[in-house]
Ligand binder design. Structure first.
Ligand code: ACM
Ligand code: ZN
Length: 768
């Protein structure tokens, strides 16, 4: 043990009580419902406990002793949720001079931040004794982490600021935790451009991050669909660029509908949020997207664009001009204005300047960009991107900032020593970044893009893949970044990956953020709990990966779900597995009818131990899951306790309930044995819109998941007519535009007409 640290502890502890450093039992990495040391997320590095000694008892008269004003208030505020009483706070210096002894009747929790206070190689230690709890930390972040660990050792109501159910007996067994993260960067990225999130929402996200020991908030503040940060020297950015709608510079998109939609943060709001985050040990890294994804600024200040004759071609997002001209010197002046004000708002040493998905076709048409290429001897328009990044880097340096950007910026000149690369195509760019000596944050889309679906029956993208919790938990950023074609290469890459991968981050893009109302929480949790453990470096505590995941899943479902619920997070609850198998024929069955439906036995496997599964009996057409993100109005009346024998297996829907109001999506029998016979009437399609024959023929296939992609966006007056050979009798017409799981390609305005007899049309007024 470091002698200085030892002396600090002795000096401190002498003023409190004799510390115990040795515990009889060590952590066995196995969940135990009676032992809070086995219920922590992220799992700390070293955990020792002793279940046989007298426990620490948290009483109403507990006092917090600390040398940090915010941390003591923060801890005391959470403890008040348990005791219902205001907690007395005593400054460490005052406490020390008073030399009070501690009685069991009067427990104390102390937080000390001091040089070498934590054990060597660790960021903090947490020691629970009979009469006192000590957190020792070398720095502020470690103390915050220590507090978070302590909160998790307490009952889940510690997170509930509305708690009224105060318990008399709150105990923690004696123990000791020595802990530090493996990655210094543990982040979460939120896109507030595609869906506007007001400041209150951001505060909540920061709270949730802190509870999970995540320490970097990457704030995606600008994109094509909205500019969200006040820049006083460029007022149109927020007067115009923060809004989309019918008469705005940005067209409606992503479900924002036929109205003005948007918002932005004032500089004062940003400063308040930055301070709130810093108090919780979180650094905010802002992102301003350049040179692509810039339709919002281009709508406000069109002079940033390349100038060339009108081109009516349009890209998939609906913008033909959304990229900064590289050749205009005035553009670098505008960027400087932005960086200057951003530097005043954000103390972070890093400013993220985007750089992904640069749609270079404007540069290829722009005479000025072409002239610049020629002058600089460039042979490829990608070099214009690198030139732009280098120029932006020079500006950032002037304001004392490193630039960060997506992997696409990596080959810009002279940025290596002043940049941080965010890798999103991990297999290719992870190894590329570390081999080229770039510090990087691994944000691999196929593990931690939280806008991806959590299962095929839930809403979300799936272009990276469907990402269930297990996949996020299996994320190994070092392994990805060190992949090499041969063993030797992989080994040397491993060294490089350990050196250059500074951390991990999950991201939530918000094209789909318009619904459901709890979209952010639902997509974040519990996958962010898995990411937290990856970032802490304890997601591979047990060598056997199945046992390892089980340990995490037990901690999550048996302890952490209750914490999440008390934090007020409407998280994604796993749904049960529901199977049916035929019941053996009986004589009675045969006698009832020749054309009977066979009886089946429906068996439900709850998704975790102790999960409550309820069910409803509905019509067989009732949609399964929540793929459209709409409110589930099913009345799950019955609690499932034993297998159900029924002939109507298509009529049952099951959901896992965490509380009366928080449940999973509803699921039907997953191995439905009877195919409903579907009559498929013949029809032809007439449309004025362009699509390939192959695409159009998809419309006629009656496949639920198939969709026809038209070229370009639909305009007023566009139509598709389904012409049936003869009138069709039906009770419901379901009109689905776009893909069910990513509906933003669908129409938001439109109407349907139908004709009963091939003659006059009737108009349906249902909203699309
Ligand atoms: C990205 O997903 N375009 C960084
Ligand atoms: Zn240009």
């Amino acid at each position: 043990m470091n002698i200085r640290r030892f002396l600090t502890i002795i000096a401190f502890a002498a003023a409190l009580a004799a510390p115990r450093f040795v515990y009889a039992q060590t952590n066995e990495n196995k969940f135990d419902g009676n032992n809070p040391y086995t219920q922590l997320i992220p799992q700390p590095k070293d955990v020792y406990y002793d279940l046989n000694s007298p426990c620490f008892v948290l009483k109403k008269d507990v006092r917090v002793v600390s040398n940090d004003p915010f941390l003591s208030d923060y801890l005391a505020g959470h403890i008040k949720n348990l005791t219902g009483e205001k907690v007395e706070i005593i400054r460490w210096e005052k406490w020390k001079s008073a030399k009070k002894t501690i009685k069991r009747e009067h427990p104390v929790i102390s937080i000390l931040i001091a040089d070498n206070a934590a054990p060597e190689g660790r960021e903090y230690s947490l020691e629970v004794q009979e009469n006192a709890i000590f957190i020792f930390s070398n720095g502020y972040e470690g103390a915050m982490s220590g507090i978070q660990t302590l909160l998790q050792l307490l009952p889940p109501q510690t997170y509930n600021f509305n708690n009224r159910d105060f318990s008399n007996l709150i105990i923690i067994p004696q123990g000791r935790i020595e802990d530090s993260p493996s990655f210094r960067y543990r982040g979460f990225e939120l896109d507030v451009s595609r869906t506007w999130r007001p400041a209150e929402d951001v505060y909540k996200v920061l709270d949730w991050m802190a509870y999970h020991k995540l320490n970097k908030f990457h704030w995606h503040l600008t994109d094509d669909q909205g500019w969200r940060v006040e820049i006083k020297s460029l007022p149109l950015l927020t007067e115009k660029g923060a809004w989309r709608g019918p008469d705005e510079v940005i067209p409606s998109s992503f479900g924002s509908g036929n109205k003005r939609y948007g918002g932005y943060y004032t500089q004062q709001q940003i400063k308040d949020i930055v301070k709130y985050a810093a108090d919780r040990g979180i650094e905010i890294i802002p992102e301003i997207e350049t040179p692509g994804h810039s339709a919002a600024i281009a709508g406000s200040y069109p002079e940033i664009l390349c100038e060339f004759p009108e081109d009516t071609s349009i890209n998939e997002t609906g913008f033909s001009r959304e990229i900064w001209c590289v050749a205009k010197e005035s553009n670098y002046e505008i960027i400087e204005k932005i960086i200057k004000e951003m530097a005043e708002m954000f103390p972070s040493g890093i400013i993220n300047m985007g750089g992904d998905e640069v749609n270079r076709f404007n540069w290829e048409k722009c005479p000025d960009c072409q002239a610049l290429m020629k002058k600089m001897g460039m042979t490829n328009s990608e070099q214009l991107h690198f030139y732009f990044v280098s120029r932006v880097n020079q500006i950032a340096k002037k304001y004392g900032k490193k630039i960060a950007g997506w992997e696409e910026i990596m080959y810009a000149d002279d940025i290596k020593d002043n940049s941080l690369i965010y890798v999103w195509h991990s297999k290719k760019w992870g190894p590329m970044a570390v081999q080229n000596g770039f510090d990087c944050v691994m944000q691999a889309a196929e593990y931690v893009y939280l806008d991806m679906q959590q299962s095929p029956i839930e809403r979300g993208h799936n272009w990276a893949r469907v990402i269930p919790l297990e996949i996020t938990y299996s994320y190994d950023p070092i392994k990805l970044a060190s992949a090499g074609k041969d063993a030797g290469k992989a080994a040397s890459n491993l060294e490089l990956a350990r050196k250059h991968v500074v951390g991990v981050q999950a991201g939530l893009w918000e094209e789909l953020g318009n619904r459901p109302e709890n979209f952010v929480e639902y997509q974040m949790f519990p996958r962010l709990c898995a990411l937290a453990e990856t970032g802490w470096g304890t997601s591979r505590t047990i060598a056997d990966s199945a046992a390892n995941y089980k340990y995490f899943y037990d901690r999550l479902t048996q302890a952490h779900f209750a914490r999440l619920e008390n934090m007020g997070i409407r998280f994604r609850v796993p749904y049960p597995e529901v199977k049916a198998e035929p019941v053996a024929f009986t004589k009675t069955d045969v006698l009832i009818s020749e054309s009977y439906m066979r009886p089946y036995k429906i068996t439900v496997t709850p998704p975790y131990e102790g999960a409550v599964v309820k069910y409803a009996i509905v019509s067989p057409q009732t949609e399964i899951g929540n793929i459209r993100g709409q409110k589930d109005t099913t009345n799950y009346k019955y609690v499932y306790t034993e297998p159900i024998i029924t002939r109507d297996i298509a009529n049952y829907r099951f959901a896992t309930f965490v509380s009366d109001t928080l449940h999973s999506v509803g699921v039907a029998v997953s191995n439905m044995p009877l195919q409903t016979v579907r009559m498929v009437p013949h029809f032809e399609i007439e449309t004025n819109m362009r699509a390939s024959e192959k695409n159009l023929s998809i419309l006629k296939e009656y496949k639920e998941k198939a969709y026809c992609r038209f070229e370009g966006r639909a305009k007023a007056g566009d139509y598709i007519t389904f012409v049936f050979d003869e009138p069709i009798k039906c009770s419901v017409i379901d009109i689905v535009t776009g893909r069910a799981n990513v509906d933003f390609y669908g129409l938001t305005e439109g109407y349907a007409e139908y004709s009963e007899d091939g003659g006059a049309e009737k108009r349906l007024t249902a909203a699309a």
